[in-house]
Design a protein around this ligand. Structure first.
Ligand SMILES: O=C(O)c1cccc(C(=O)CC[C@H]2O[C@@H](n3cnc4c(=O)[nH]cnc43)[C@H](O)[C@@H]2O)c1
Length: 212
């Protein structure tokens, strides 16, 4: 199996590389921050290689009560949560507007297998929808709006939908794995546990190499 892991930045790429420990089945690429950069870079890498699976991996924000800081989340769905329109009845996704897809399903069997392996490795693991946004949430109000709008919203990040759409376009299965660096809500960088989340990403990646 040939596996492409897309991260946003080099620090996440390095954590994954440490975890997979030179496993030749994996390519790990830092594709840039945000859904557009992620989509472009993933499309370019897929075009040059023969892959069986694409994974969006990195740190993310956990919705309070759904995913604790320091935990790992395996996506059940990858959702473009701010791709749509504000209407008098509230937000309408481009899917609801009839302009395209705003949700890419993951390979559910593989997602369950990976989540089970993380739990067996005694890593605090949750599953649920992972939201892709172009703007990091900065208030409780926005966090609550997203949680109400997307049933079971578990994580927010910025690249998954870009990676997933590129994989979907190439008819490849996709997963998204996020290690939680911060709670979704008011911007308080002092509360971000990025180093710990990167350590969890390394641990998760070592389990990935065993289970895939
Ligand atoms: O608000 C800030 O000053 C700030 C501090 C640290 C990081 C950022 C980012 O923009 C990180 C974006 C980057 O990390 C992922 N990520 C991690 N947590 C979240 C989140 O709560 N919401 C969205 N993205 C998050 C994301 O995938 C990016 O790659 C800002």
């Amino acid at each position: 199996m040939r596996i492409l892991v897309m991260t946003a930045v080099a620090a996440e790429q390095d954590a994954v590389l440490r975890g997979i420990n030179n496993d030749p089945r994996f390519d790990v690429v830092a594709g840039g921050v945000g859904p557009v950069a992620a989509a472009i870079s993933t499309t370019k890498v897929i075009a040059k290689g023969e892959y069986d699976l694409v994974i969006s991996a990195g740190i993310g924000g956990g919705f309070i009560g759904r995913a604790d800081v320091g935990s790992i989340v395996v996506a059940t769905d990858i959702i473009a949560a701010d791709l749509g329109a504000q209407t008098t009845e509230g937000f309408a996704s481009i899917e609801q507007l009839g302009f395209g897809i705003s949700r890419v399903p993951v390979d559910q069997e593989l997602a369950t297998k990976v989540a089970d392996a993380f739990q067996k490795a005694e890593l605090s693991t949750f599953t649920g929808p992972v939201l892709t946004l172009s703007t990091v949430t900065g208030s409780f109000e926005t966090a609550e709006d997203l949680a109400l709008r997307v049933e079971g919203a578990t994580v927010e990040a910025m690249e998954g939908f870009g990676v997933a759409l590129a994989a979907h376009d190439a008819k490849l299965p996709v997963l998204e794995i996020r290690t939680i660096s911060n709670p979704v809500g008011p911007r308080d960088k002092s509360s971000w546990k990025i180093k710990e989340a990167l350590q969890q990403l390394e641990k998760a990646s070592s389990v990935l190499a065993e289970v895939l």
